[in-house]
Design a protein around this ligand. Structure first.
Ligand SMILES: Cc1cc2nc3c(=O)[nH]c(=O)nc-3n(C[C@H](O)[C@H](O)[C@H](O)COP(=O)(O)O)c2cc1C
Length: 195
């Protein structure tokens, strides 16, 4: 009995470390048409690629609004003061009611000096505290926070569309958020940030 408990605890500890191991530093140009640029920063999720897909959907939304998009992983090498971007989007994962460690470590040292920013956090369904922490970390990093949003793997993302795949709804929400946030920035409407 005691042995089984120890095994479970060791297993959980291993998973907890593995899912928050820093990724390789990767910079990708995801294309798009305009001269304005957007940056998506994310920590890749290790299991079901949820945050990878959210970051792609967010990038599509930025492109819909006419921006050219770069995507970068959140690592020790990631520039703390990104230059040349009209907007940035952070995509994080929830582990134990908090944003993943690579995201927190990055925002702790980032200097976003007024850069319009939004954050999306993925999780199974209990993300409220993590989303608040992420918003606060963005504000502490000096960003102009356009908004934060949770999307879920298990909890319904839209209770009026329960017959549709939940993950697809999450990606639709991320894309729409990217499109609307970028449009706000491009039209100069960043006068009412929540910071
Ligand atoms: C150790 C661990 C702790 C987790 N804690 C939470 C949590 O507190 N709240 C939540 O909504 N989801 C939680 N999750 C679910 C992850 O947030 C979710 O799986 C994440 O978005 C990673 O995506 P993936 O499944 O594609 O790897 C946890 C997952 C793991 C492995």
């Amino acid at each position: 009995m005691m042995g089984a408990l120890i095994l479970v605890i060791l297993g959980l500890a291993t998973i907890t470390v593995l899912v928050q191991l820093e990724a390789d530093y990767v910079v990708e140009n995801l294309g798009g048409g305009g001269s304005g640029r957007a940056l998506v920063l994310f920590h890749p999720s290790r299991d079901a690629r949820f945050s990878d897909q959210i970051s792609e959907a967010l990038a599509e939304g930025f492109k819909d609004a006419g921006l050219t998009v770069d995507r970068t992983t959140l690592t020790r090498t990631t520039p703390g003061a990104p230059e040349g971007y009209a907007i940035i989007g952070i995509v994080s994962n929830t582990y134990y009611w908090a944003p993943d460690r690579p995201t927190r470590r990055y925002l702790d040292r980032a200097n976003l000096s007024g850069l319009p920013s939004l954050a999306i956090i993925g999780g199974a369904g209990s993300t409220g505290r993590a989303e608040r922490m992420l918003g606060q970390a963005l504000r502490d990093a000096g960003a102009t926070v356009l908004g934060t949003r949770s999307v879920w793997l298990w909890r319904p993302n839209d209770e009026s569309r329960m017959d549709e795949p939940n993950r697809g709804l999450a990606l639709e929400i991320a894309r729409q958020l990217g499109r609307e946030s970028a449009a706000r920035v491009l039209s100069g409407d960043v006068s009412n940030p929540d910071n």
